[in-house]
Design a protein around this ligand. Sequence first.
Ligand code: DGL
Length: 263
Amino acid sequence: MADEQPIGIFDSGVGGLSVLAHIHQRLPGEALLYVADSAYMPYGCKPEAVIQQRCVKISDFLFRHQCKAIVIACNTATAAAVHHIRASYAFPVIGMEPAVKPAVFHSRSKVIGVLTTSATSTSDKFNRLAARFSQHARLIVQPCPGLVEQIESGELTGSATRDMLSLFLQPLIRQGMDTLVLGCTHYPFVSALIREIAGDDILIIDTGAAIACELERQLQNRQLLSENKTASIEFWSSGNTEKVAPVMSRLWGDKVMVKNLPY
Ligand code: DGL
């Protein structure tokens, strides 16, 4: 039955686990299949064509595993490939983009920081989004090269990660930012450090919960929601699974077994 088929969720690495957690919490009866493209991470410094190729490979894998929907749990991959994937498959494809619209709504100072990968910051898709809101607020887009690698290596609280984040955040704080958009799914894993550096008065916006809502809405519209109470979650990675599994387990908050994605 279609409603018992899994939902495929993918990212360049462990970042999408921040989205997976929201999905699992909202839809505990759905079977979930998570793919981390660890061998090719980070996507954020790669050309769009390379990211597109990887997204196609992973989508084909999820299609062969009979997924009923795909969530691209990655802002960078969405910007590079969502149109292509939507055009190629019949199943619903949910993508992500930095939450600029809610940030403009909530910000009082109308000075908004947006942390992204380099690829997202230069993508047409993101720049069209930023232009749509440029009359309503000042958006300060801050690419964060190196931060994804820190998170992938499990460095969530150390001094190197703190120094890096300070460097990225201080200019935004100095310019009067009151709202910060986490425009990469890896960044929620360092939100405690961000909070320490930016202070309690800054509103930090992450898109994971909104994506889980949108997924539920799309499945409901197509009558594809599972009626199970609980379901399994599978974890796959294109990288060295022995290296990836401990970091995934730590970020997921439970020991996970990671299967090898063969390409
Ligand atoms: N987690 C991804 C995102 O949301 C990208 C990380 C990477 O650069 O690989 O953009």
